[in-house]
Design a protein around this ligand. Structure first.
Ligand SMILES: [Zn+2]
Length: 475
């Protein structure tokens, strides 16, 4: 109760911007077990925050300066804000943004969907923050996400955002053209060296964090020539290659070209020594995205009439997304008879395929872990069935299932994510000088990573908010 009152008091200070008037310059969270994101922990910790920065992290012997608001968080757990290292703001979590998977455009025009995504990211910001995620990496999207990258750092109601902008792909123009709306696209076709170089230059000039290559074709001479030019231009521009390469041969090709971030597991087979060597030589970061494919399966089933389960105890999923998924079966009549039949007929095969792929993904993740690779947590949120914010828990639980100890998952979820975003100097760990982004949990995440679900508060930019209270995230 005392904590609650103090907390409300604290919130009042910040929301009224009245710290200075009240003579209070800083805040200390005292008594929790603290995980710093580097792999260390402190019992009975004291963390001092001045405005939006961490000024001190120490144990119970820390001297707390005068005029510091002390908040007793004894018995709780503190760790850095989580980083989702793989999301897409243009995607809604349903098929309306993925006509390539199930075409609903006759009833919901893609132009409208994308326009809405561009103009209303706040609902996702809230879902992210209230899930404990204080930074997200959009690894492929329309160029308007660069505005989010630019603006979100200063916004305490948004997660830090990095954006890779448009993806470069060898996929045929008629296939990617489906995403050309409102005069923009998420893809640039890689049809020549010049096309590739221009895309890299334009993205880099716009300030993208990385250049994402979607699809690799080992053995295709034409592709090889073009992608070599792209790889060279990425180096010229001092940018980095991000790769969507889900087969072993493609992933190895990507790393030979210098890929520094693999945004998916290798899922067709078990990785080999050459893969490990390339990964080490390049210091390539590995993002497994284990649950996203199952999300498609669940969403197909929802369209065919089964309930879509949204495991959302704090009600952080926005009403639009919720409504869409809860009424997914309504969209069945919009789809062609052939599409519905194909969906129904394909479910069993899809289920079997998913099980096999998951087995490979878990084994490969464990291998990368055992070999000392750098691993991040990224959900691919926005894809059908993978909801912004809450899907993070499912993803990290799947990583735990692979055999990674929760104490190491904490580092992957925080420090490594910030590293992938090239923002480790600013956040990702709890250290003096870093931005005050952290979460407060009721249960110990190092005992079981599912305890991330026991989140009670999130601090972003020095402002602590109660994740169970949507009103707390209004201003
Ligand atoms: Zn993705």
């Amino acid at each position: 109760m005392k904590y609650r009152l103090l907390f409300q008091f604290f919130i009042l200070f910040f929301t009224c911007n009245s710290i200075a008037q009240n003579g209070i310059s800083s805040v200390a969270l005292k008594g929790a077990t603290l995980y710093d994101g580097n792999g260390e922990s402190i019992q009975n910790a004291v963390i001092i925050i001045n405005n939006d920065k961490i000024t001190h992290v120490g144990n119970s012997e820390t001297e707390i300066p005068e005029n510091t608001q002390i908040i007793d968080v004894s018995g709780k757990y503190i760790m850095p804000g989580l980083v989702d290292a793989h999301i897409h703001f243009f995607q809604t979590g349903f098929f309306d943004s993925r006509p390539d998977a199930a075409d609903l455009r006759d009833s919901i025009p893609l132009e409208e969907v994308i326009k809405y995504q561009k103009n209303n990211p706040e609902r996702y910001y809230q879902s992210y923050l209230r899930s404990g995620i204080t930074a997200v990496y959009d690894v492929g999207d329309y160029m308007w996400t660069l505005d989010f990258q630019k603006n979100n750092d200063m916004n305490p109601l948004a997660p830090h955002t990095a954006s890779a902008g448009r993806l470069i792909t060898p996929a045929p123009e008629q296939m990617i053209g489906i995403f050309d709306v409102n005069g923009e696209s998420t893809f640039v076709h890689l049809g020549s060296e010049e096309q590739g170089r221009n895309a890299v230059r334009e993205n880099s000039k716009a300030g993208t964090t990385g250049i994402k290559i979607w699809g690799f074709s080992p053995g295709d001479e034409e592709f090889l020539k073009n992608i070599n030019a792209v790889a060279e231009e990425i180096k010229n521009q001092d940018n980095k290659m991000i790769a969507h390469a889900t087969n072993l041969s493609e992933a190895k090709m990507a790393m030979k070209l210098g890929a520094e971030l693999l945004v998916h597991s290798v899922e067709d087979t078990l990785i080999d020594d050459e893969f490990i060597q390339l990964m080490k030589a390049n210091k390539t970061i590995y993002n497994p995205t284990i649950v996203v494919a199952r999300g498609y399966y669940n969403t197909f089933k929802a369209v065919l009439g089964e309930d879509f389960v949204i495991d959302d105890q704090n009600q952080v999923v926005d009403s639009k997304t919720r409504h869409m998924l809860e009424n997914a079966a309504e969209f069945r009549k919009i789809l062609s008879e052939e599409r519905v039949e194909a969906m129904e007929g394909g479910l069993e095969t899809m289920d079997e395929g998913l099980k096999k792929r998951k087995k490979n993904m878990l084994a490969n993740l464990k291998k990368v872990y055992d070999e000392g690779g750098t691993i991040v947590v990224g959900t691919d949120a926005g894809n059908p069935g993978t909801l912004h914010g809450i899907s993070y828990y499912n993803e990290i639980e799947a990583m735990q299932e692979a055999g990674i100890p929760p104490s190491d998952l904490i580092v992957m979820a925080t420090r490594n994510g910030a590293l992938a975003m090239e923002r480790l100097d600013d956040f990702g760990t709890l250290e003096a000088g870093k931005i005050a982004d952290l979460i407060v949990l009721e249960k110990d995440p190092s005992a079981n990573i599912s305890n991330l679900r026991s989140i009670s508060h999130v601090m972003r930019k020095g402002i602590l908010r109660n994740v169970r209270d949507a009103e707390d995230f209004k201003n």
